[in-house]
Design a protein around this ligand. Structure first.
Ligand SMILES: [Zn+2]
Length: 64
């Protein structure tokens, strides 16, 4: 995920700004693993394999 994406990404619940924390980035400076945090909702959205998962938590769990 390019860090520039932060400019367009917003919390899916409140459309507020997200805070980026980076756990791993690649040689191009793109975020591979990390998370996006919304302080307003107190929700954290994971970034896995460079893909931000911005599904609201209740839609994230896939049940059988
Ligand atoms: Zn929010």
């Amino acid at each position: 995920m390019k860090k520039e994406l932060m400019d367009i990404l917003a919390c899916p619940m409140c459309k507020g700004d997200l805070e980026l924390s980076i756990e791993a980035e690649d040689e191009k400076g793109e975020v591979v693993v990390g998370s996006l945090y919304c302080g307003k909702c107190d929700l954290q959205y994971p970034i896995d394999d460079g893909i931000p998962n911005l599904l609201p938590p209740e839609l994230r769990q896939s049940s059988d």
